[in-house]
Ligand binder design. Structure first.
Ligand code: NAG
Ligand code: NAG
Ligand code: NAG
Length: 493
């Protein structure tokens, strides 16, 4: 391997930063922008659990030495020697990118992504990637492009917070000033740990799922160059990061060295909310393949020996704090047991690492929770399991938009339990007959997102109607038993 190991100091990490503080203002900033986020979830208290798991251990093992491979933009050469194709998407204007060129695909509503193949060198001072061509560029070649690598291109406010990366053809005379300090044998992916990444839903929907579907075909032979790199991000998502790359992460804004790559991808593709569209990928990958990555990185220990048939189906109840709380959670847990489940209360914001959440959630046959960012953990459920999303008043469309399709595509059974007026704490405040309670859609009209965020998302708890919710849980219990018996059947066949 040609690359030197970046020292931890150059990443601005380490305990002395204590996380937060002035160095990572992005953490704090996202609180101010929440009110404009559509599919979201007020506050992620986990945000404050900084640096605890950050450290040298986060880095993946150095990859084994390899002969260098040639990176090209186009697929036509696939099979000729050890060739790496950068753009895995079809159709794409960049899928037949010749070497020594820059190509951007700006055709998507959500995201721009640029590719460059050849001798690519990072100029940290100007946040530029310079392409040193073997020959002078053709007269009509693209000489320069600029891109902000984030998947919410339509949202001006947040895009303004994402650094702009320049890609340009370099003049041979510039070579002197750009000698390689670190030479990588794998291409670079530029992504950001900023934007709304402090929120778990966005971390996956805007960040990791897009990053994965952009580079999974490289099989971890890709270097992540990360904007707004911070210890919280590196620590919280260390396993997932090591599932994306075999290399050390480059902290683009703090690392002053000239890193060199055989190619680069700046920005990520986006296929929808927590979505992977197999028809747009050369290798037909799906969100289930993304789930498999999570299983690979988190299921490190011994598989559970407990035979499935020996235990009752397991119901996980996601337990929020502060807002959108299930006020009669104990009664709901009791109901779950009486219906035939083993019940596990999954506390959110408990400071435990994601690996612990993975272990708890993946053991569940059914996951129940009120709408919120933590339900993104449905990605941890095994295919065949079920997700029941409780939507408080005014929230059903948002709830559905976030998780219904996404969970179904993952092979989960999805049900949404829309709270009725008498189950909402808003009935105590406004009375059952106030439009806020009796007709939330009408009440929301013309009021804007701030009203939805304050009243329906930020100011509401639920008390589930035990008689009504029993029907849902009974159905889920029967579903779990059916899935189990079909698995057993499959095992016997
Ligand atoms: C540049 O011109 C050449 C020759 O005219 C043509 O084949 C090529 O497609 C053009 N490239 C671009 C990027 O327009
Ligand atoms: C992807 O799907 C297409 C269309 O169904 C098929 O022709 C192709 O062989 C598949 N590719 C892979 C790598 O499985
Ligand atoms: C919701 O429940 C939490 C926890 O019990 C409580 O702190 C909060 O005040 C409740 N909110 C409303 C609107 O009742």
């Amino acid at each position: 391997m040609a690359s030197k190991l970046p020292d931890v100091k150059s990443h601005g990490g380490g305990a002395e930063d204590g996380g937060g503080g002035k160095k990572w203002p992005g953490f704090v900033q996202f609180f101010f922008v929440l009110s404009v986020v559509l599919c979201v979830l007020l506050y992620a208290p986990r945000l404050f659990v900084l640096t605890s798991t950050y450290g040298i251990d986060f880095f993946a093992q150095p990859p084994p030495p390899r002969t260098s491979s040639r990176v090209v933009g186009q697929a036509d050469n696939a099979g000729v020697g050890d060739v790496v194709v950068l753009d895995n998407q079809l159709p794409s204007p960049c899928s037949s990118l010749p070497g020594d060129t820059i190509c951007c695909d700006r055709s998507d509503f959500n995201t721009d992504v640029c590719f460059m193949a050849g001798d690519v060198r990072l100029d940290p001072a100007s946040l530029s990637l310079l392409l040193f061509g073997k020959q002078p560029p053709a007269p009509n070649a693209t000489l320069e492009e600029r891109v902000r690598p984030y998947t919410r291109k339509w949202e001006t406010f947040i895009m303004g917070k994402i650094e702009e990366v320049r890609l340009r053809m370099a003049h041979p005379a510039e070579e002197d000033g750009h000698r390689c300090d670190v030479r990588h044998d794998a291409p670079l992916l530029v992504m950001t740990a900023g934007g709304y990444t402090g929120n778990l839903f966005h971390a996956f929907s805007d960040g990791f799922v897009p990053a994965w579907l952009t580079v999974q075909h490289l099989r971890r032979r890709v270097v992540l160059g990360v904007l707004s790199y911070n210890p919280w991000w590196a620590g919280t998502f260390s396993e997932i990061i090591s599932g994306l790359t075999d290399y050390h992460v480059v902290d683009l804004l703090h690392d002053k060295r000239t890193h060199c790559f055989p190619g680069a991808i700046v920005g990520t593709r986006f296929h929808g909310i927590l979505a992977v569209d197999p028809t747009r990928l050369r290798d037909n990958k799906t969100i289930i393949d993304f789930h498999d990555l999570l299983a690979d990185v988190y299921e490190t220990g011994e598989p559970q020996q407990e035979p499935a048939a020996a235990r009752r189906p397991r119901l996980g109840i996601v337990s929020r704090r502060g807002t959108r709380v299930i006020e009669n959670q104990a009664a709901v847990a009791q109901l779950g047991r009486s219906v035939g489940f083993d019940v596990d209360i999954l506390e959110t914001a408990n400071g435990l690492p994601l690996s612990a959440s993975y272990a708890a959630v993946s053991a569940c046959d059914v996951l129940v929770g009120v709408h919120g960012a933590d339900l993104t953990k449905f990605l941890f459920l095994r295919p065949g399991a079920a997700l029941v999303q409780v939507a408080p008043l005014g929230v059903p469309p948002i709830a559905r938009g976030c998780y219904a399709e996404a969970s179904a595509r993952m092979g989960l059974h999805y049900e949404q339990y829309d709270a009725e007026g008498h189950e909402s704490s808003l009935s105590r405040r406004y009375g059952l007959r106030d439009a806020v309670v009796s007709d939330p859609e009408a009440a929301k009209r013309d009021k804007g997102w701030g009203f939805v965020a304050r009243v329906y998302l930020g100011g509401q708890n639920v008390t589930l109607d035990v008689a009504r919710f029993r029907e849902t849980l009974s159905r889920m219990h029967a579903h779990a038993l059916r899935v189990r018996s079909s698995h057993l059947q499959g095992a016997l066949d």
